[in-house]
Every structure is written in structure tokens, then in C-alpha cells.
Design a binder for this molecule. Structure first.
Ligand SMILES: [Zn+2]
Length: 372
């Protein structure tokens, strides 16, 4: 028997979710801090953050408002950490999408102060996890960082999240779907019961997303919307927390990381690239393991991605150039020695990945003697 211990950071200390979660949860904040830094980024969430800031000020808190200039990148992290430190902030309240939540968690982790996450979309599970992705100022993925703990408090207010553009929920759905496609192939044979159970939880989440996503996008006031939004922003994080490092990512996220190294005409959201990455991963399975099941799975997935208006072929990713030389950069990055792509149960190199990247959407059968 292996004498290995596992450390889990399963969930935020408290999660308040519901139609008026903010109203209830804000009462908890004065017991956690007196001078928090409220972090955000985009113009479209400015008005919400302004109101949150006013409400917290009226409760006697001294609020420092700051915004990221880029994605979650070192330049911003250091600038805001320094402001928080010199202003003697005693907590970070991160309010926005995944990159803002990640930046808030990283800054709080570095300053050893609590982090409160207030997701303003269901685009990722970043409000939940003890993980953060760091990007370059132009948005290229650099690395992920494991944090000491999950956030102190997560406030998932349906009314606030409903205000986010539709596209963010579609992106969150693709990111949450990846939990099953990645964890089942990278940890499917694990003997660890917590990993097994979290993989099954990812399957249940996938099934729920397959059933409810279309309605959720059409009607934000439906019960389907609540199930789907919480699945993307909360359950997906819980799956990662229970399963731990072995139950996380594989090729879909590696493809995302590789693609972010390229120049974009139109910037894609995290889950939009991850969703395409799932198709690429399934194509790799078809090529290397001749897995016919992957083809059926892909058919079902493509139908859903089309329904959600998510990209299913490489030309829809908004890249500046689709020249092979450019795409090679993404493949080289995605196949680097530390890449999650190597969590797949077969060896993948840049050539196979390139082939899968170009043909990910195809639904033809690859005959067993066609590929070596
Ligand atoms: Zn993701």
C-alpha cells in the first residue's frame, strides 16, 4: 500500500448562494475585515462594484477600490499587492469574472489576508478553488499556482450573476463540461475513492449540463439557469476540491493554454477555448486509441456547443492567423514537459496535437490502419 498523504482544500469556509445572497452575506463581512480592497476589472461590472462599495462603506468599512488593467498578470498582481499592503488592507474582495477572482485570491494569498469572492458571472469556478492561473499582460497563459486555501467566503448572488452577458455562461458550461472529459480520462483508473467519487460527480454534472444548458441560456429566470450557473461556478470547483490534483485537467486545458500563446483578433473567453480543447482531446483519443466511443461522445458534445453558440472549429476561435507555423507555437506550448496533456493515458506529441487541432470538429472515422 502506498504511504502517501493527500492534502485537500475542498471548499470556501462559507458559501452563501441564492437570489439575494449579497444582502445576507454582506453582514458577515465586518467580522472578517475593516479595510478591504475591492478588486474588479471590466467596465460592464463597474456599476455593480460601485454599489457594493457604497453598501459596505455605509456599514462602516473603509473600502479601497482597485481595478486590474490586464488579465491576472504579475504586473497587476504586484501593483495591487503593493497598494493593499501600503494601505493596510485586511482582506481582498474580488468581484468579477474568473481572472479577477484568481487575481484577488493570489493577492490575498501573498499578503496572508482573507479573500472574499463575489463572482459576477458563472464563467468559471474560480470563486471556489484554491488555484489561480497567471497570464502575461497580453493574455498568454504562464502557469497555475496552488494557493494555501480556498476563499474565506464565497457569495454567489443569482441577481448579480444574471446581469452577466450570455456568452459568459456558455463559456462556463464548456469549462465545467471539461471536468468530466478531462478527469475521466486522466483519473478513470484511479484507485483513490475520493478521486473516483469526484469523477462520478463530474459525470452527473455533465449530464445535468447536457439536459439543462439550452434552457438555462434561453431563460435566466428558469430553475435550469440556477442549476447550470451553480454547476459551473460551484459544483465544478467542489469536484476539483474533492478530487485534488489528480482529478483536474488534461488535454482540453492544455490546448487552451497553448492557444493563448497566439495573437487574437477577437479575444476568446477561457471556456470558449477549453470547449474547443475538449473536441481536440476527443480527436486525439480517436487518433491514438481508436476509441470509437469518443466519436459518439463528440457528436453529442458538438450538438451542445452549436446550441450554445460556442466554437467547434479552429476558424471560429478569433485567431489572427491560422497558418501552420503559428499554430505550431500553440502545439509546442501545449506539449511542454510540464503540460497537463501528459495526464492522458497515451503519449501525445506536437504532430498528433496539430492534426487533432485542425480536424477536431470532424466526425469521420479514422480507420485503424490509417494512423500509426
Ligand atoms: Zn478551466
Amino acid at each position: 500500500m502506498q504511504a502517501i498523504n493527500h492534502l485537500h482544500k475542498i471548499s470556501p469556509e462559507k458559501v452563501v448562494r441564492g437570489e439575494k445572497a449579497w444582502e445576507e452575506a454582506k453582514e458577515l463581512i465586518p467580522s472578517l475585515c475593516k479595510k478591504p480592497l475591492l478588486l474588479g476589472r471590466s467596465n460592464c461590472t463597474y456599476e455593480i462594484r460601485r454599489l457594493l462599495s457604497i453598501e459596505l462603506s455605509s456599514m462602516g468599512l473603509n473600502i479601497i477600490n482597485e481595478e486590474l488593467n490586464h488579465d491576472c498578470c504579475e504586473v497587476d498582481l504586484q501593483r495591487i499587492s503593493s497598494i493593499a499592503k501600503h494601505s493596510f488592507c485586511d482582506a481582498i474582495i474580488a468581484s468579477g469574472g474568473g481572472k479577477v477572482l484568481d487575481a484577488g485570491k493570489l493577492i490575498a494569498n501573498r499578503l496572508k489576508i482573507p479573500c472574499i469572492t463575489v463572482p459576477l458571472s458563472a464563467s468559471t469556478c474560480a470563486g471556489w478553488t484554491a488555484l489561480a492561473n497567471i497570464y502575461s499582460p497580453k493574455g498568454s497563459f504562464i502557469k497555475d499556482e496552488i494557493l494555501d486555501k480556498c476563499p474565506k467566503l464565497l457569495i454567489f448572488d443569482y441577481n448579480l450573476v444574471r446581469k452577466a452577458p450570455k456568452r459568459t455562461l456558455a463559456s462556463g458550461i464548456a469549462d465545467a463540461l471539461a471536468k468530466w472529459y478531462e478527469a475521466s480520462i486522466s483519473s478513470g483508473n484511479s484507485n483513490d475513492s475520493l478521486v473516483q467519487q469526484s469523477v462520478q460527480m463530474a459525470r452527473v454534472l455533465r449530464d445535468q449540463l447536457l439536459i439543462d444548458s439550452k434552457t438555462a441560456l434561453q431563460d435566466p429566470n428558469s430553475s435550469a439557469w440556477i442549476k447550470v450557473a451553480e454547476g459551473c461556478a460551484l459544483t465544478a470547483g467542489l469536484i476539483g476540491g474533492i478530487g485534488g490534483a489528480k482529478c483536474r485537467t488534461a488535454a482540453a486545458h492544455a490546448v487552451h493554454n497553448g492557444l493563448t500563446q497566439l495573437d487574437f483578433k477577437q479575444k476568446s473567453l477561457h471556456g470558449e477555448l477549453v470547449g474547443y480543447g475538449i473536441l481536440v482531446q476527443l480527436r486525439i483519443e480517436e487518433i491514438l486509441s481508436k476509441n470509437q466511443l469518443a466519436l459518439q461522445t463528440k457528436k453529442q458534445l458538438i450538438e451542445l456547443l452549436i446550441d450554445l453558440d460556442l466554437p467547434i472549429d479552429i476558424q471560429s476561435l478569433g485567431l489572427k492567423s491560422y497558418e501552420k507555423k503559428e499554430l505550431e507555437k500553440a502545439c509546442i506550448f501545449a506539449c511542454n514537459r510540464n503540460s497537463e496533456i501528459h495526464n492522458l493515458p497515451f503519449k501525445v506529441n506536437e504532430n498528433t496535437l496539430m492534426e487533432a487541432l485542425l480536424d477536431a470538429h470532424k466526425l469521420d472515422l479514422i480507420s485503424s490502419n490509417e494512423k500509426i
